[in-house]
Write a protein that binds this ligand. Structure first.
Ligand SMILES: [Zn+2]
Length: 217
């Protein structure tokens, strides 16, 4: 606590609780670690209300966003085909949205609904989608590119699992990456109805768990 004691008349809550926050004075930039509450700067006076400094979780989320972007965003080999890349992007967009401080539910629901259209009860892809994919898989660059993609996906999953972020949020993010892996394996099976049901259900549960008031199927 660097010898700092809260100002007498500052309102504090949850004292004795272990959850500490870093507060920064907007005037002098001084930082102090305190329990959640309202404080003003001891040096600058009551007009300088201290603000929450960027907390670890926000930094972690920013890092994961950049990693996702560098490792997998629009990197699945996609020549000849559009639909596969589109479905992978939906799961990727859910992951990206979850790296925002306040994820927007309706955006996530829109992406989820698209996935549900292919992976739900009435799911499946048309034969034509697989003809395109079979063509792509015969290209000599497909396998090396796809292997790099899967390796990067694994690394992102690993980094996400280890990240110091809210567990409910993490569950959605890991489920979105599992979903991408499931989609790739589905495409490669060349079986239109072998959609990744377990991964889709896990993603659905994780989203419902994160947005308990808003989620509807
Ligand atoms: Zn100050």
């Amino acid at each position: 606590m660097q010898g700092f004691t809260p100002d007498k008349d500052s309102k504090t809550t949850n004292f004795g609780c272990k959850l500490m926050r870093v507060y920064r004075c907007p005037k002098c930039g001084r930082e102090v670690e305190l329990p959640e509450g309202d404080y003003y700067c001891k040096v600058c006076g009551p007009s300088a209300v201290m603000v929450k400094a960027l907390i670890d979780e926000e930094l972690e989320l920013e890092r994961l966003f950049r990693l996702q972007n560098d490792l997998i965003e629009h990197k699945f080999p996609k020549d000849h085909i559009a639909l596969h890349e589109y479905l992978i992007s939906c799961a990727g967009d859910i992951y990206r949205e979850m790296t925002r401080k306040t994820p927007y539910y309706y955006y996530i629901n829109e992406k989820w609904s698209t996935l549900a259209g292919y992976c739900g009860r009435f799911g499946g892809l048309r034969k034509g989608d697989y003809e395109e994919l079979a063509m792509l898989m015969r290209e000599p660059y497909y396998k090396p590119k796809r292997d790099v993609y899967m390796k990067n996906l694994e690394r992102l999953k690993d980094e996400t699992r280890k990240a110091r972020i809210d567990e409910k949020r993490k569950r959605v993010m890991v489920a979105a990456l599992d979903m991408i892996e499931g989609l790739v394996r589905w495409f490669e099976s060349l079986d239109p109805y072998k959609y990744p049901k377990a991964e889709f259900d896990a993603l659905t549960d994780a989203i419902a768990n994160y947005f308990p008031e808003q989620f509807y199927e």
